[in-house]
Design a protein around this ligand. Structure first.
Ligand SMILES: [Fe+2]
Length: 136
């Protein structure tokens, strides 16, 4: 959320573009890791409808991020879209915190949840490396 705040407070299009670049990377890595590792792990232990909502919200984030990529950071539309993105992210995080993590606590032993966390982190690190390699 810090990056969103910085971006929304900035009037410098170059800075805005930089903050957005970081948000874009972070959100993509995070959501891909969730969709590949974290969400499949709870299938059957978490309501399907809720899980679908989490996937849908992340798909929505990607649509807005792609729109932002082709929007001029100096235009007011850019910040409107960033605000839209921010509120989806906030709702999404709230849902994850209130229900997803509760499902993990209920149906995973502490070893299992540690294992999942380790797997999640490793996959994220791998994605970050891949992304960095692509940018070279
Ligand atoms: Fe998420």
């Amino acid at each position: 959320m810090f990056l969103f705040m910085e971006l929304l407070q900035s009037d410098d299009p170059q800075k805005i573009q930089e903050y957005f670049g970081q948000i874009y990377k972070d959100l993509n890595v995070h959501s891909k890791a969730e969709e590949e590792i974290a969400y499949p792990a709870v299938r059957g232990k978490y309501p399907d409808g809720d899980l679908k909502e989490l996937y849908d919200e992340q798909a929505e984030m990607r649509v807005i991020m792609d729109e932002l990529k082709s929007t001029d950071p100096a235009s007011p539309v850019f910040k409107e879209k960033v605000n839209q993105l921010k509120s989806i992210v906030m709702d999404h995080v709230r849902q994850e915190e209130s229900t997803y993590f509760a499902a993990i606590r209920e149906s995973f032993s502490s070893e299992e949840s540690e294992q999942l966390a380790t797997q999640f982190k490793a996959y994220k690190a791998q994605l970050q490396q891949e992304m960095a390699a692509q940018m070279k």
